[in-house]
Write a protein that binds this ligand. Structure first.
Ligand SMILES: C[S@@+](CC[C@H](N)C(=O)[O-])C[C@H]1O[C@@H](n2cnc3c(N)ncnc32)[C@H](O)[C@@H]1O
Length: 228
């Protein structure tokens, strides 16, 4: 974080406007929000925070642990879809377009994995959201899409007691300047305290827990300029 403080950086995210989604997308979001207690989804305000963050940062590689029925993945995918595609020169040919970004989202439960697949298809986001069936953190090291690392954003929303493992085994996958996010810090403090302490001990993140939803930790991995 070379040019601005974390708080200034957060303010620039707050300035991003929220979109008006078309009717089909809005209907899907409303439906999923009505089921959020069954599928443990982040609340809408956290979904909106993701939208603003992703529009601001234009991340190319994102990873989520804990897809559930796909609500947070859809919130992130909608932001990726609206980001302009990046024009690339080189092997892909001058003027060729790459997708603006891709979210890799991991889910271990078969039924919720399938439900998320249907919801992500319904949202028209299959080019932006790649589902991975498996168990984190083991899958970080075995899945071809994950083990290459180079992620701009990691979102941990799996079993809270495992967040320290996700952090220790996932930190190497996050680029310098990348963003680490974890849900339920306030609501599950008993289980999340160890995660927050470990983040602080590592000394490589600048961030804090935001008072949105159930308490969302957001930290930037020091050393890069990508996000600032
Ligand atoms: C809180 S819900 C995720 C909610 C989702 N992120 C959202 O806001 O829409 C947690 C999900 O993570 C899955 N999960 C928990 N621990 C996991 C792990 N270690 N690896 C993969 N999935 C996991 C659970 O099966 C559950 O569906």
């Amino acid at each position: 974080m070379k040019h601005q403080s974390f708080e200034q950086w957060l303010e620039t995210i707050g300035d991003i406007d929220l979109p008006i989604f078309d009717q089909e997308i809005q209907t899907l979001l409303n439906e999923l929000e009505r089921q959020s207690e069954i599928y443990w989804n982040v609340p809408a305000e956290v979904g909106e925070f993701f939208y603003k963050l992703i529009v601001k940062l234009r991340p190319k590689r994102l990873m989520e642990v804990g897809t559930s029925n796909g609500y947070s993945a859809i919130r992130m995918g909608l932001a990726l879809k609206q980001n302009p595609a990046i024009h690339v020169d080189g092997d892909a040919g001058v003027g060729a377009q790459e997708s603006a970004g891709k979210l890799f989202t991991i889910e271990s439960h078969g039924g919720r994995f399938e439900l998320a697949a249907a919801n992500i298809r319904r949202a028209g986001l299959t080019d932006f959201v790649v589902q991975i069936k498996g168990h984190a953190p083991e899958i970080f090291h075995s899945d071809e899409n994950l083990k290459v690392g180079n992620f701009d954003l990691l979102f941990f929303d799996g079993i809270k007691k495992q967040h320290v493992d996700f952090l220790e085994q996932g930190i190497g996958l996050l680029k310098d300047g990348g963003v680490l996010i974890a849900d339920n810090v306030t609501s599950h403090w008993k289980d999340m305290e160890a995660f927050v302490r470990r983040v602080e001990e590592m000394g490589v993140f600048e961030g804090r827990t935001l008072e949105i939803g159930d308490g969302v930790y957001v930290g930037i991995k020091k050393g890069g300029e990508a996000s600032l």
